[in-house]
Ligand binder design. Structure first.
Ligand SMILES: [Zn+2]
Ligand SMILES: [Zn+2]
Length: 123
């Protein structure tokens, strides 16, 4: 058993030993924040982080954390200028665009299939 200090609220809690050092209360709060932000984004799809923060009364810091954790997707932001690791087009979240993800799904062992060795896709 291990006690740690929550990165979010600085409360001491019993850490169960995986992932972020966040207390159960904050994990639950994150989930609730997520729902609020999603509701807000349905009505304000192009809202920026600042507007979401005002509209939901959730701190910018929490919103940014949720964006980084891929729990929410905010269109009107520059903070998460993500690009696909495969083809380089801009994507709202994650590491790969929908197309590349689909390619991975169809062809998990993507090297050497056409007998030509490694291929690099560049843009
Ligand atoms: Zn906490
Ligand atoms: Zn891609």
């Amino acid at each position: 058993m291990e006690f740690k200090i929550c990165e979010n609220c600085n409360m001491i809690f019993q850490y169960i030993g995986h992932g972020e050092v966040i207390c159960p209360a904050c994990v639950q709060k994150d989930d609730e924040d997520c729902e609020k932000i999603k509701d807000f984004l349905i009505e304000n799809p192009n809202a920026r982080e600042e507007e979401i923060s005002k509209g939901t009364r959730i701190s910018l810091k929490s919103i940014e954390k949720l964006i980084k954790a891929n729990k929410i997707v905010v269109k009107g932001t520059n903070a998460t200028a993500l690009t696909c690791n495969m083809c380089g087009i801009s994507i709202p979240s994650g590491r790969y665009c929908a197309d590349c993800k689909r390619k991975f799904a169809m062809d998990p062992g993507s090297t050497g299939r056409s007998g030509g060795g490694m291929r690099f896709i560049r843009r």
